[in-house]
Ligand binder design. Structure first.
Ligand SMILES: [Zn+2]
Length: 81
């Protein structure tokens, strides 16, 4: 499985083409961050999405909600007056 490369890899460096800020237009380039591009002028941020099909945000592993025994909310009252 080979992805379409959008980066040009030279040794350990990844050389990529600069992108213009869609808001500021030509002349303003987006700063290249680890996982995103950002514009220093207007604050525009564009996340690098290798897989456009999936959203960038990945759901964290959610732990199953365990009812706390220390705080019984629905406990049948045995005491009856
Ligand atoms: Zn901008």
């Amino acid at each position: 499985m080979k992805k379409r490369e959008i980066f040009k890899v030279e040794g350990d460096k990844i050389v990529r083409l600069r992108r213009n800020c869609p808001k500021c237009g030509d002349g303003v380039f987006l700063a290249d961050h680890k996982d995103r591009l950002s514009c220093g002028a207007c604050g525009y941020t564009e996340f690098k999405s290798k897989k456009p099909e999936k959203p960038v945000e990945q759901p964290k592993e959610e732990q199953p909600v365990v009812s706390e025994s220390s705080t019984p909310s629905e406990k049948p009252k045995e005491e009856k007056k």
